[in-house]
Write a protein that binds this ligand. Sequence first.
Ligand code: NOJ
Length: 798
Amino acid sequence: MSNVLRLHGAMLLALGVVVTAQNVSQGWPYMFETEEVFPSPPMRTTGVLAESLTLVNQLITQLTLEEKVGLVEGSDGPCGGSIAPIPRVNFKGICLQDSPLGVREADFVTMFPAGIAAGASWDRNLIYQRGLFMAEEFRAKGINIALSPVVGPLGRSAFGGRNWEGFGADPYLAGVAAKETIAGFNARGVQSTIKHWIGNEQETMRNPSTGPDSVTVLQESVSSNIDDRTMHELYMWPFADAVRAGVSHVMCSYQRLNQTYSCQNSKSLNGLLKGELGFQGAVMSDWFATHSGISSIEAGLDLNMPGSPTSPYFHNITQFIRDGNITEERLDDMVRRIMTPYFHLNQHNSSYPTLDLGLNEFKAQEVVAVPILPWKAVSAQNIEDWNFGPPKNRDVRDNHGEFVRELGAAGAVLLKNEGALPFSKLRNVAVIGNDAADLSQGQFALNNTNPVGPEFGANAVGGGSGVGRFSYFVSPLEAIKMKMGAGLTQYILDNKIAVESIGSLYPPPEACVVFVKSFTSEAYDRSTLALDWNGDAMVEEVARSCNNTVVVTHSGGTDLLGWADHPNITAIVAGHLPGQEIGNSIVDILWGNVNPSGKLPYTIAMEVSDYGTQIANFSGTTDINAWQSDFVEGQYIDYRRFDAYNITPRYEFGFGLSYTSFELEKIDIIRLTKEVSSTAPSQPVSPGGNAALYDPLIFVNVTVRNSGSVAGATVPQLYLSLPNSAPAGTPLQVLRGFEKTKVLEPDERQTIAFILTRKDMSFWEVTAQQWRVPSGDFTVRVGFSSRDIITRGSVTLI
Ligand code: NOJ
């Protein structure tokens, strides 16, 4: 972005100017345009994939042109996405399945905590295990490609409807979490898919609107207009980590990026992803995100989903080749990119589990239940072509429920505690609110894409393609009843009734635990940051009569919590979306079986306006290009914005209390090399980019001590401030390290070592198109949140 535009954007923000269609017609947002980058870089023939590439090349020599085309588009089949078998060469097809938190559209599977809960744990080991256990379930069902994990949306706006699928509003945190998840998938030989590349920061108008014929485009989808530096330092960052971690595939997103649809954006696919980041797998379209054949293929799209017959853009590739518009070599490269991970992870081997026929029946049932769904399950006569095998309806859950309980508790953040928690010797508790009980609408609404969600039932996951079917569910009410045993558990499970008759409880409860929620779902952005179903008013009403009110939220992100300072509200826990063990996880926190150690992976503001960035909405306009979302805030999202504008949050990024207290002693900064060049020595690009960008430049050691009286873990966080020589638009501080401690006994210490790489200590220099280490003093800050910096030091590299 030019300085002029940056200034213009900053001025607009400072003036509180809303970007409207009128601004658009004045022309300036069109400065965000996409450069074209051709040709699409082919896969490298060397590196860790070389051996499997040879196997793919052997396969390719056996295939006809039509058969190769069949591999680069989806077909009818047993899964959410399917690549058709080629019986002639004994290829049994490929099954692609959602979701980021467990196997979707399947039975006897586990619903793990959502990405946002995993992110809130700030626990690399647990995040890795989550990936590993999810992968075990995908694998045991015979699924080849998991459509997981999510780092886009990152969380530009607190209103983003899918923020909860990802790990939080910071690229470093999201990048680490993606890396760990992918490592888990790779360890179990399941292909992973990082999504949604890129700039997919809102649901509103994510797809174009069409006329009555469903074809004529009335308005193009929203265009995320992102400048080059913000792209690199914010939105691309976690994707780079995913590519470096060996993710198999990248899903391109629905919306436009700088005016061009994501799945046909040559700058982002050929240039940034395959070129700069050296991505070696396939770019797969989101479902119906493809809008062209030749242009998309040239721009770098390799796999069109869900493919023919409903999205037939790739069906005529044979013709494109005959007409000289696409080379057969490009088609072969698409096949290589799609098929290499299959061989690399040994999925061609007979040891890879067969497909559970239940997946196909599930799909068939879905098509009957929702007739508008355009895809079909495998018909009886084609069953033999696929890799189906017994047993059907396999139970793949193992003991993952225990893990879900653990991670669910680890992702809960204690926001306030006036001594109310942990409970002890409670004889009479009240459980209040419509987030407390079991699911009132069943375990799974087939397409539970819905702006509101069910009124009654604990909110354990979000809505849309990012979830699956619960095989069992432990509600908070159920878990509390179990915990209370012979004690008294009174309850009111309807917010309206709670407001009217909270006084009807007798004897007055020793504690009122209020369960409230806000539902978030694919296809909808949030319209408010208030709690659903009048939850805020209900909390205040309960607090009026109950002087020991403990509030638990189950939400996909920010709730404003305007009542947080109410004197009768003695504790608040943000329980996030913890999955199927929602009740047990929260009981572990409330009664202190688990000492809370979760930290907010986003900022909770005092006022909506504090967030600045809103969902772009040009409803009511008719201009075909009216939907422009200019990311004029640059890197100033979430805590970066609150820092830059000196806004006091209610609860800051990284914040979370414990039942004990911690101290940080000593910061020790060790510079690892004498001479540091300001740019990375050039090296051939390997996955993740120039490998020299990941060279460690400094170590930072700190020692944590449990200074309280009970055992507990915490998360020391390292925030880095770049020297003053870094250009305008540089955030005051950015997260560049975190580590969850072990559970420390009182007075026990643990030394934590952070490693900062060249990339961690650089900014993206737009003119040079390079990462550059700035000259001058870096400030290294370590603390327990982005605002609770305990110790700091400085280092100069250049
Ligand atoms: C659309 C969603 O955006 C994507 O995340 C999902 O994987 C596909 N549909 C397939 O269900």
